[in-house]
Design a protein around this ligand. Structure first.
Ligand SMILES: [Zn+2]
Length: 89
């Protein structure tokens, strides 16, 4: 596992513990990575998904590396998320 992946895993674990739950959002939109509705106050870009911990970025596809998410693509990040949820890592 790369260092970027290790940091992503710790972010995912923090998300699962409830660290990114937003209070009193003004609007909701689907997370670019997991598709869950997430609430945000002013800007969707930069909002962190309460469920998976992905920070919404300016990326345009599932296979684009996100500089805001440890240079992982949504595909790579989802794989790590599923591995954490399944207790594999
Ligand atoms: Zn998400």
């Amino acid at each position: 596992m790369t260092l970027d992946e290790k940091i992503a895993v710790s972010t995912i674990k923090n998300a699962i513990r409830g660290q990114f739950t937003s209070s009193r959002p003004h609007a909701t939109k689907k997370c670019q990575c997991c598709g869950t509705e997430i609430g945000f106050r002013d800007h969707f870009i930069g909002s962190i998904c309460w469920k998976c911990g992905w920070e919404q970025d300016l990326i345009e596809s599932d296979s684009e590396k996100s500089s805001m998410n440890y240079n992982l693509t949504p595909v790579e990040y989802r794989k790590l998320y599923n591995e954490v949820v399944n207790g594999e890592i």
